[in-house]
Design a protein around this ligand. Structure first.
Ligand SMILES: CC(C)[C@H](C(=O)O)[C@@H](O)C(=O)O
Ligand code: SF4
Length: 473
């Protein structure tokens, strides 16, 4: 029998019509997640063409990008940043009501960043195809699902037909041996992987993460890892499901129950790649050799160890790479050859679909406990479920006692669409996934890092090695 990878098993099970040289494959979609930014035009097209939503039971919506992270006012009104944000949210409510989509919007106790929300509802399950009009849909691959970000016109296709046109991607195995050291997490690992692959290194591929360092990760860690696959240019990222996955999913609102659950788990156990299955490409890393990572530049591939030096363009032989690096350092106003540690920081943001889960809140609290922040610090849980669980552990108190802000769930300062944003020139250590120019507000400068490293920067007022901060050195 042909040996198959995890990707091939999921892909093959969902092909409605195979691709030809002229036409992409038609793929069946098991779960379509919807948010307020990329869906309005798609619903408009449905209305214009008199189309119905094909499968309301496979469509699930929330709101996250334009939602305020400050609580509802005493007058019952939400503190939207502007009329456009308010209109987007109102439109989403109308679209979901008109087309029969289950919406967990503002004020709903399940609302959250779509990639935090989907998994915690148990909507994302192993072996599924998952899409959303959002590039970080890759997150759901942590469950052994094949999860693609799609564009708005494709959102319309899926709403109307529950199918998607796709060319079959290639496969890239990223094997991580060894074990992560103390003070390191999945975020450090993925920043190191992207630094190695480069921003376009995964283009056209679906990455499967494997090896002992991946098996050792929690589901939260696996989601962080898969989330940023797109930042290496990959179509998707996947981790084969195992007992960690099944335990995390058991009992969630949308997972099967009783005998159905047993049946589902038995099927999911067949998903991991067959021994000896072939990938189009393969790279290997040693987790034991890694240090906490931070980005210094304006793309997520420009990462270095927090103990390292800002790279010198003069050392770069390739002219194109040299000018990219020069432009990044100019925007970031960083000096080549200087240690990144000690760089002054104005704002710290802990949250997003990369690092806005309970484990991330716990990591941040580890550093903030009993310390005072020296910068403006926003801690934004990824969903109401995360917020409630963190508050049950007293994390909100630790955050507030440190002088940091404990906010309502949403994308917040990851993308600065809701009013949470940097001032021009400010430096922000952020646990999000993108550091493009102006991403967190025009002129803002983003340094991507883990929750531990971000919290360490908050208490030090500068880029700092979290291991030293935790040890009090
Ligand atoms: C707004 C949305 C389309 C966008 C995405 O696709 O990822 C956003 O979530 C982001 O992180 O940049
Ligand atoms: S948290 Fe950031 S990366 Fe994630 S969906 Fe929102 S804007 Fe995109």
């Amino acid at each position: 029998m042909q040996k198959k990878t995890l990707f091939e098993k999921v892909w093959d099970a969902h092909v409605v019509r195979p691709e030809t040289p002229e036409t992409p494959a038609v793929i069946y979609i098991d779960l379509h997640l919807v948010h307020e930014v990329t869906s309005p035009q798609a619903f408009t097209v449905l209305r214009e063409r008199g189309l119905k939503l094909r499968r309301t039971d496979r469509t699930l919506a929330t709101m996250d990008h334009s939602t305020p992270t400050l609580p509802r006012g005493a007058d019952g009104k939400w503190p939207f940043v502007d009329a456009m944000a308010a209109a987007q949210v109102a439109q989403m409510e109308k679209n979901c009501a008109d087309f029969g989509v289950e919406l967990h919007g503002l004020g709903d106790d399940a609302q959250g960043v779509v990639h935090v929300f989907g998994p915690e509802q148990g909507a994302t399950q192993p072996g599924m195809t998952v899409v959303c009009g959002d590039s970080h849909t890759a997150t759901h691959g942590a469950f052994g699902a094949l999860a693609f970000g799609i564009g708005t016109s494709e959102v319309g296709h899926v709403l109307a037909s529950q199918c998607l046109l796709q060319r079959r991607p290639k496969t890239l195995a990223v094997r991580v041996d060894g074990a992560l050291g103390a003070g390191l997490s999945a975020k450090d690992l993925i920043l190191a992987i992207i630094a190695k692959l480069g921003m376009g290194g995964g283009t056209g591929h679906v990455i499967e993460y494997l090896g002992p360092a991946i098996r050792a990760l929690s589901m939260e860690g696996r989601m962080t890892l898969c989330n940023m696959s797109i930042e290496a240019g990959a179509r998707a990222g996947m981790v084969a499901p195992d007992d960690v996955t099944f335990q995390w999913l058991a009992g969630r609102p949308r997972t099967p129950k009783g005998a159905e659950w047993e049946k589902a788990v038995a099927a999911w156990r067949q998903l991991p790649s067959d021994p000896g299955a072939r990938y189009d490409r393969e790279i290997v890393l040693d987790a034991s050799a890694l240090e906490p990572m931070i980005t210094f530049g304006t793309n997520p591939g420009q990462g270095i160890a927090v103990t390292g030096l800002v790279p010198d363009p003069a050392a770069e032989k390739d002219a194109q790479a040299r000018s990219t690096l020069e432009a990044a350092l100019r925007y970031m106003s960083l000096t080549p050859g200087k240690p990144i540690a000690g760089q002054k920081v104005d704002v710290v943001f802990i949250g997003s679909c990369t690092n806005g889960r309970l484990e991330d809140m716990r990591e941040a609290a580890k550093v903030l406990k009993g310390r005072r922040v020296q910068t403006r610090t926003l801690v934004v849980p990824g969903s109401h479920a995360v917020k409630r669980a963190a508050e049950a552990e007293g994390i909100d108190r630790i955050v507030r006692d440190s002088g940091a802000e404990w906010r309502e769930p949403g994308c917040s300062m990851c993308i600065a669409m809701n009013g949470d944003r940097l001032e021009p020139g400010q430096y922000c250590v952020s646990t999000s996934n993108r550091n493009f120019e102006g991403r967190q507000g025009p002129g803002g400068r983003t340094l991507l890092a883990s929750p531990l490293t971000a919290a360490a920067a908050a208490v030090a007022g500068a880029v700092a090695d979290p291991r030293r901060v935790l040890e009090g050195r």
